[in-house]
Design a protein around this ligand. Sequence first.
Ligand SMILES: [Zn+2]
Length: 190
Amino acid sequence: MRQVLAPSAVGSLRAEYGPGAIVIPDQLVDRTSGRAQTYYDIGGAVHVSFADPYCPAGRSTAVATARAGDWETVDGGTLVVIEGPRFSTRAESQWFAGNGWSIVGMTGFPEAILARELALCYTSISLVTDHDAGVEAGQGVTHDEVLEFFAQNVTRMRTLVSETVQSLPEERTCSCGSALDGIKLPFELP
Ligand SMILES: [Zn+2]
């Protein structure tokens, strides 16, 4: 199994779940700018499928492990990755939520597409640290609050990641490994 597990801190765009929930997203919206998002930037473009950005096997293992570990666990949802370093305005946050998106963070892209370009599996394990500014329950976010909440949960989070690693299937049944099949690469990856 060649699986990247990506723990991160996110804000919730939904009133239904708040600090302490684990979301295992199944979709991603890229609102970053200026981040390099391909390895193949010389000698011709490479277009890999990214319709489903996350590994289904990694996702189901992470969901089951989080549930077994007594986390409030949300199976699926859309992670919006913003450029940062600033947090969202209320209007941006309401716009994200209005589009049906679930959580917002500053990491996870381009990591997910870079993993796909290497035919690696990639699974996001997102810990909600706050309600984002546009959510009714959200008062706006400060960096200190996020850091403090994350610090309180870091040991538990580490346990979740290591238990997920141990529960991953030996056999690779997902299609992540064939992401580059039939694609002519401009150069060989090391
Ligand atoms: Zn996979």
